[in-house]
Design a protein around this ligand. Structure first.
Ligand code: 9MR
Length: 376
């Protein structure tokens, strides 16, 4: 063969290779929801600025990157039933409508939680604790009214939130004090009766802690033995750069899955700020005084810390991918850094960088890495 022919063939083959690789990279997913399709849903908690349509910049990111929504606050009992028998559904209705219009998997959060529950729920007209029967009735009325209203529209409800402490013991909430352990089983029964086809979850923070893991497993087993189905367990996933230990997180994920429950990573975010005390988990009641030294990145995040954040998110998603057959959904607790609750907890007025999209609604470099992980 003449040398010029060989060159021609060589260039043809090179061109073809270039064309094929361009085609395949054009086919590679470029968004989180497409990247993780077939593995698990990618959700975000949204606030009323988003569900009302006001925050158009965040809505654009949500529509491109996510396929599930959770209500950050508008379905908590103090919002939904501020007075006995007086329900406020405007924001929750708007949230569900928004989720439907955007074809998202819509999550309900949360029916029974000691926090953000209205005071009247537990007291009688004299300000004394209500009887066990009365509190059960109030729980039943609340759950039945709320779950029935959105029957067939909500993929799954966080039925009970944060009932077990880090050492595995029961939280001494009013629900526990007045009703006893049974309140969880009853809550699941009431929710199941109101919407038999809806998924029902137990949701909690610091789930990687051995004590909490064992306590939750014991509690769920008891409910299951009583013939009540728990479809899923939510591991909240409020993380820091070094908490929780991912080996412990994995042990919990496996333990929950072995109960026959799907696992949801429900409230993922990652603070980079100093001074976090792991023993408070994500207890909204915790608070600390502001100090300048505890707010070091008000003017921007140093590259070194940004890299640590990327590496940590990557490690978390590697673990989720490893167990994608057990995980139904990974939900970030917000979309952009500015809207994260972490800026104000446990210290008000700090600048944190907890989420995957920055204050200009741009994806952080790690988003591309997370999408690449799936193909590798
Ligand atoms: O992010 C929520 C924040 O805006 C509220 O002020 C707070 C109290 O209602 O709740 C936050 O969300 C919590 C979630 O509902 C349950 N797990 C812990 C979350 C962070 O505190």
């Amino acid at each position: 063969m003449k040398l010029s022919k060989i060159y021609q063939l060589f260039f043809l083959a090179g061109g073809l290779g270039f064309f094929l690789s361009a085609c395949s990279s054009a086919l590679e997913p470029t968004t989180l929801k497409d990247g993780y399709a077939g593995k698990f849903l990618i959700g975000a908690a949204i606030n009323t600025n988003i569900s009302s349509g006001r925050d158009t910049a965040s809505i654009r990111v949500l529509q491109e990157e996510f396929n599930s929504v959770s209500p950050e606050n508008c379905m908590k009992s103090e919002v939904l039933q501020p007075e006995k028998g007086v329900f406020f559904f405007d924001d929750a209705d708007q949230y569900v409508k928004f989720g439907e219009e955007n074809k998202m998997a819509i999550i309900g959060h949360c029916l029974i939680w000691h926090s953000q529950a209205p005071h009247w729920f537990f007291t009688d007209e004299n300000g004394k604790d209500v009887s066990r029967e009365e509190l059960i009735q109030r729980m039943k009325d609340h759950i039945t009214t709320v779950v029935s209203r959105y029957k067939g529209k909500i993929k799954g409800w966080d039925v009970v939130n944060e009932a077990i402490l880090d050492d595995g013991s029961w939280r001494e909430s009013k629900f526990y004090q007045i009703i006893g352990e049974d309140f969880i089983k009853l809550a699941f029964e009431f929710a199941r009766a109101a919407d038999p086809d809806c998924e029902l979850y137990y949701n909690d923070y610091s789930m990687a802690n051995e004590g909490k893991r064992n306590g939750v497993v014991k509690m769920i087993q008891k409910i299951q033995e009583a013939g009540v189905k728990v479809d899923g367990i939510g591991m909240q996933g409020h993380c820091t750069l070094n908490f929780p230990d991912l080996n412990e997180f994995e042990k919990s994920l496996l333990a929950f899955s072995e109960l026959g429950c799907q696992v949801n990573i429900t409230e993922l975010d990652l603070t980079v700020l100093p001074g976090y005390d792991p023993s408070v988990g994500a207890d909204v009641a915790a608070s600390q005084e502001y100090q300048q030294t505890l707010n070091p990145y008000a003017e921007g995040l140093p590259e070194e810390v940004a890299n640590q954040l990327s590496a940590r998110y990557t490690d978390l998603f590697k673990l989720f991918l490893k167990h994608h057959d057990k995980i139904d959904r990974v939900t970030l607790w917000g979309i952009t850094d500015d809207a994260s609750w972490r800026n104000d907890w446990p210290i008000k007025g700090r600048t944190d960088y907890a989420l995957l999209f920055d204050r200009n609604h741009q994806p952080k470099p790690v988003v591309k890495e997370l999408i690449k992980l799936v193909n590798n």
